[in-house]
Structures are given as C-alpha cells and as structure tokens.
Design a protein around this ligand. Structure first.
Ligand code: NAP
Length: 282
C-alpha cells in the first residue's frame, strides 16, 4: 500500500525487460506498454451506446470485460454474440443487486481492477412539470448507482494497490440544460463524487476520473430528437455547426479517452473531468 502508482508487472520476455530512467521511474522497453492491459473491467450500461464502445475498446486492449445492462435482453444477447463479452443483467439503482452481481463477476473473471460507471438515463421535463418520479429515477440511476457500484469493490482495489474508476458525466452537469434539472444535478454530483474519491483513494493506487461527453450519437440522443419532433439526421445537422470541430461525437470518441484513463500509464491522472465535446462545453 502506498501513494505511488504500483510498478508495472513484467511477463518476463527478454525484449520487455525494464529500463531505468534518470528520474528513478521504471519503464518497460516494449513501446506498446499502453496498448495492453490484462485487467478485469466492469462497464455499467456496457452493452449499448457509449458503454458498448467502451467494453469493446477495453477488450481490445486485453481486459476481461463484464458489461452490465438493465433490461434490454435482446441488445445484450446481440452484443455478446458479436463481441464475446459476457453481459450481466443488473439494476444499478439496487445496492443489493449490484453487490451480488459484482460478486458473481469476480467469481467468473477475477478481482475487479477497473470500473466504468456509464449507465445513465434521461427523464426530461421543465422543472415546473417535473414529477418526483422523474427526479428520483434520474438521480438513482446516474448518481446513487455510483455508491452502489463502487462501495463493494474499492476495498479489493485498495488491497491490490491498483484501481481505475471512471464516471461518465455530461457537459450538462457543468453548464445546465433546459428541461434537464434532474440530469444536470446528477451529472454535476458525479463530478463531485469523482473528485472526492480521487482525494481519498489516491494513496491506495486508485485513480478516479470523470468524462463529460457532449453530443454523442446513441439511442439516448435519438430519443431526444424524437421528443423534439425532429428526425435524428436533422437533429445532428442542427447541432454540428454549433460545435467547434463541426461534427457531433461518435461513441469511439468517448471510448478512446476512457481507455487511456483506465490504462496502467494513467496512474498520475486523477480527480479530473475530461470534456469530450468537440470544444469547450459545447
Ligand atoms: P444509451 O444508449 O441510452 O444506453 C444506456 C445504457 O445504460 C444501456 O445499456 C442501459 O441498459 C443502461 N442502463 C440504464 N439504466 C440502467 C440501470 N438502472 N441499471 C443498469 N444499466 C442501466 O445511453 P448512452 O447515450 O450510451 O449514454 C451512456 C452514458 O453517457 C450515460 O450516463 C449518459 O448520461 C452519458 N452521456 C451521453 C451523452 C450522449 O450524447 N449520448 C452525452 C453526455 C453523457 P439496457 O441496454 O438494458 O437498456
């Protein structure tokens, strides 16, 4: 246990022998150091949208991945058939179900090193029309789930002196959004959770970061377009000119950033909110 990122484990082949740097850190010779992670990763909402891209990216980097989903069995089965990634049906709003599912994942795949809190929902309404149910559903799924998912596994990460926790927030947690007082509050809360976790758990080799996407093409944004009475194509076309890079985001734009934050080499990046929005807060 200690305040520094743990040393990298070597598999022992001669071309991967460690080399020593004048600053005292040890680096492997292998230039692909960041490209392979043999870690166990859990991704909530991991079988659709952004989460599916994260699951696939982490698997491609060598992780054993468990993808959690809420109830869309058809999408989960199709995802497993396509990727070979095992899916687990688990409502992240239930602390008991999360604890049991995480226990099962550890029995199946081994101790959990990486947690990506990605599951999220919207229940949009102007505040004067928002119901208590809409408020609670969004807070429970986006924010309270962080407690449910993180508390059963952080102790194991501490004992093994390694952990990567990434929470998917949103630019709307920073800037607010019309009709999303519940979602914006939850996404802002996720950032506070993440920063505090980083401060408390850094001494155990655990990092915590948040990623805050802007407009990403998924079922979630398609549903927003439908609610506004627009075709998804028109919705994207209207959004793109307002984004400095002049396009909406794709799921891989987010997954690449998550992959970096979960890597061995990202041990000195913690407590950050990384905006993946094609510009500042777009
Ligand atoms: P999505 O396509 O709607 O997928 C949401 C995923 O979350 C699904 O896999 C769903 O499971 C899962 N989920 C929802 N409620 C759950 C629960 N109670 N328990 C377990 N899993 C649950 O959403 P997305 O667009 O990929 O969004 C992923 C994350 O990014 C969310 O946190 C969202 O707020 C955030 N985000 C998205 C955007 C964007 O533009 N898309 C922008 C900023 C932030 P099922 O498959 O079973 O339904």
């Amino acid at each position: 246990m200690g305040g520094l990122d743990p040393p990298i484990a070597f598999s022992g082949t001669s071309n991967q022998l460690p080399q020593f740097c004048p600053c005292g850190m040890i680096f492997p010779k292998n230039k692909n150091r960041e490209d392979q992670m043999s870690r166990v990763a859990v991704v909530t909402g991991g079988s659709r949208g952004i989460g599916a891209a994260i699951s696939k990216e982490l698997k491609a980097k060598g992780c054993k991945v468990a993808a959690i989903y809420a109830g869309n069995d058809a999408a989960a089965s199709a995802f497993t058939a396509e990727t070979g990634i095992k899916t687990y049906k688990c409502d992240v709003t239930s602390a008991e179900t999360c604890a049991a599912t995480l226990k099962q994942i550890e029995a199946d795949l081994g101790p959990i090193d990486i947690l990506v809190n990605n599951a999220g929902i919207t229940r949009d309404a102007m505040f004067h029309k928002m119901t208590l149910t809409q408020w609670q559903e969004v807070l429970n799924t986006n924010l309270n789930a962080l407690f449910n998912m993180t508390s059963p596994i952080w102790g194991g990460m501490r004992d093994r002196s390694f952990g990567r926790i990434v929470c998917i927030s949103s630019i709307n947690g920073q800037k607010g959004q019309m009709g999303q007082v519940n979602y914006s509050a939850a996404k802002a809360g996720m950032q506070g959770f993440t920063k505090t976790l980083a401060i408390e758990l850094g001494q155990f080799g655990i990092t915590a970061n948040a990623v805050a996407p802007g407009f990403i093409v998924t079922d979630m944004t398609a549903a927003t377009a439908a609610r506004l009475g627009m075709s998804f194509e028109d919705f994207q076309a209207a959004a793109a000119p307002q984004i400095p890079v002049r396009r909406v985001g794709q799921v891989d734009d987010v997954a690449h950033v998550i992959s970096f934050l979960c890597s061995e080499g990202a041990g000195f990046v913690s407590g950050q909110v990384i905006y993946v929005a094609g510009g500042p807060l777009c």
